[in-house]
Design a binder for this molecule. Sequence first.
Ligand code: UT7
Length: 339
Amino acid sequence: MASASTLRHAEIAGVGHYVPSRVVTNAELEPLMNTTDAWIQERTGIQERRWFEEGKDTTANMGAAAARMALDMAGVTADDVQLIVFATLSPDYFFPGSGVLLQRELGMKASTPALDIRNQCSGFIYALSVADQFIRTGMYDTVLVVGSEIHSSGLDKSPTGRGVAVIFGDGAGAVVLRPSTREGHGILSTHLHAQGEFAEELIVREPSSNREKRVEHILEHSEELYPTMNGQNVFKHAVVRFPQVIGEALTHNGYEAKDIDLLIPHQANLRISQYVQQKMGLPDEKIFNNIMRYGNTTAASIPLALSEAVQEGRVKRGDLLCLAAFGSGFTWASALIKW
Ligand code: UT7
């Protein structure tokens, strides 16, 4: 049943990010996978990415580092968090999810619930949307949303895997959601979509529970543990779905593209972002890209970009901010935020 509390909005009270210290340039990939800096930059805009350090970085503790920064900015402690929503496609374990590990890492109260989200490149906006609903209904006041990924340990770094391996990087981002005390501000709406028809277009097939002998199968077909992508088809759908889902968020709230102060697209490929920018008629100062430095960090890419945008003073109070994503599933999503 609806109550007065359903009318409230959530706002992003804090943002944070963490990236591993190891910088991997395109030049470093050249001898590994028969690629060139020129090819990677021309097709994707990526110049370098971060790769994790074994024994130091984990999906959960990178998320925790980003979370600490977001909690600090929000002026709350880990014990104030009433729900963790953790988005990743590269969890520390097959199970349990990384949310419980983050809870432990942050030394939170033993009972704080942790929810794991598996929606790949759209994972952060799906997670944000779930968190937003809990705040709108009045169930929770402080929700921590995290996106964290370690891709580098699971990529095929041989010439066979070059079409995928050059794109992905490691990193983490986090936001803290709190109820907004300012009328008409905060997360205005979120819009989520999926099309399972294309599930295999960008996929890690194994380990699959559908195998009678899962473990034996992996031992014999270890190459199926690597991600594979039909890049051209993913690209084709991305350039349609991004403008569509951004348009949906704008129309829902009575805005037009020209009203956007900053668009933060999921950092899939700089060419996709540029296409979307042009399609929406946005000048350079109204779009934020950092894929050049981090590659595609899937569920981490939007909070990582948002945190940097805030740090760089690109987001001001009262700005209309649009987040949008598309990726494996296919899944796509957007969020419109009055900062
Ligand atoms: O995160 C959300 C999901 N992901 C995306 O949104 C990614 C969407 N797709 C893309 O961004 C692009 O499709 C890629 C960047 C992945 C690939 O670019 P493309 O222009 O679609 O290249 P392609 O796959 O059509 O390959 C063109 C050529 C091929 O050679 P031939 O057959 O023309 O001789 C590939 O073998 O480029 C070759 N190639 C490479 N060459 C050097 C593929 N990967 C590489 C590489 N270095 N890393």
